[in-house]
Design a protein around this ligand. Structure first.
Ligand code: SAM
Length: 312
């Protein structure tokens, strides 16, 4: 996979795709309100995504309705997760793969909250610059940490001021499928290792695919990429993702001491009175949003080795 690590190319462009879906969702539904999504997409300068974000081009076949509805429920899920954590007194927030998400600028964080945003260097730099040019002010003490999340990033986070002795709230939103399986495990291990008792985590957990199911997903992603290429945006969505077997995030975290609850995309859509999934070649219905807390311990070390076999 080649990438300049910026929001216009390679896996960085997935940040712009996610923001484009939030821009459409913000324009067409009151369920979410992300006023920064559209200007950020515009600033990236991918013509097709800009025209979709602004509404100049209707989503039609170019963006599945389920991707737009998925962006709505996903944004709400993480917004509510963070506000609950903040209201419970957690003042240290870590957004892994923050992309062009604007939570550090739009959520009403209690005074004293520090929000760490981790992503590829050119993604975090881009967002900082563009939002400053727009005159947007962070609503928390926002600290950016430019890293490759496949590597060891904990030193960089600590150097930015993160204190592992204090409870924290973590999200990995729209990230795990872009990491190789072993990098996903390392990332979740690091989150656990850096989490004081009472910390919270939220992410997506996808069961391993039934035989043949991934082929359908790849075909669907190839179809979208082809359509987007015809409209001038050269991307290969299938190559950006890692397929195949991996540990499922929910059970993996549960085995490391986290107590999680889970809700499927299907149920989240129903909760918000959104239409059910019709065809689901992207297998969004199987995706479960998990969130929960790390239990208080007796001070002994947590075992973070081995393979998870506990339901999450
Ligand atoms: N969480 C954001 C959202 O929901 O809008 C962004 C999601 S976007 C689909 C995936 C993000 O993961 C991108 O911002 C990309 O730059 C980041 N990413 C993927 N692989 C990464 C890596 N190895 N290191 C750092 N960031 C990575």
């Amino acid at each position: 996979m080649t990438s300049n690590g910026d929001p216009a190319s390679g896996v960085g462009a997935t940040a712009t795709m996610a923001a484009m879906a939030r821009a459409i969702a913000t324009r067409t539904d009151s369920l979410i309100d992300d006023p920064f999504a559209e200007p950020l997409v515009r600033a990236v300068g991918i013509d097709l995504l800009t025209r979709l974000a602004t509404g100049e081009l209707p989503p039609g076949d170019l963006v599945d309705q389920v991707a737009i509805d998925g962006a709505k429920v996903r944004t709400r899920f993480y917004d509510e997760f963070f506000l609950d954590a903040a209201n419970a007194g957690i003042a240290q927030v870590v957004i892994l793969a923050s992309g062009l998400d604007s939570r550090a600028y739009r959520l009403p964080w209690p005074a004293g909250t520090v929000v760490y945003e981790l992503d590829q260097p050119r993604v975090v730099e881009f967002k900082t610059r563009v939002l400053a040019e727009l005159g947007a002010e962070p609503t928390a003490d926002r600290r950016v940490v430019a890293v490759d999340l496949r590597d060891d990033w904990q030193a960089a986070l600590r150097a930015a001021g993160f204190d592992p002795a204090r409870p924290s709230a973590w999200s990995a939103e729209g990230l795990l499928g872009y990491l190789p399986p072993e990098a996903q495990d390392r990332l979740l291990d690091t989150v656990t290792e850096l989490s004081a008792p009472g910390s919270r985590v939220a992410t997506e957990s996808r069961p391993n695919p039934r035989p043949g199911a991934e082929e359908k997903t790849k075909q669907r992603l190839d179809g979208i990429s082809e359509l987007w290429r015809e409209h001038g945006f050269d991307t290969d969505m299938t190559r950006l993702r890692y397929f195949g077997e991996r540990n499922e995030a929910g059970p993996y975290l549960t085995a490391r001491g986290w107590t999680l609850t889970a809700i499927s995309t299907r149920d989240l859509l129903a909760t918000h009175d959104l239409p059910p999934l019709a065809d689901d070649d992207l297998r969004m219905g199987e995706l479960r949003y998990v969130s929960g807390t790390l239990a208080e311990t007796d001070g002994s070390h947590r075992d973070i080795g081995g393979t998870a076999d506990v339901a999450g």
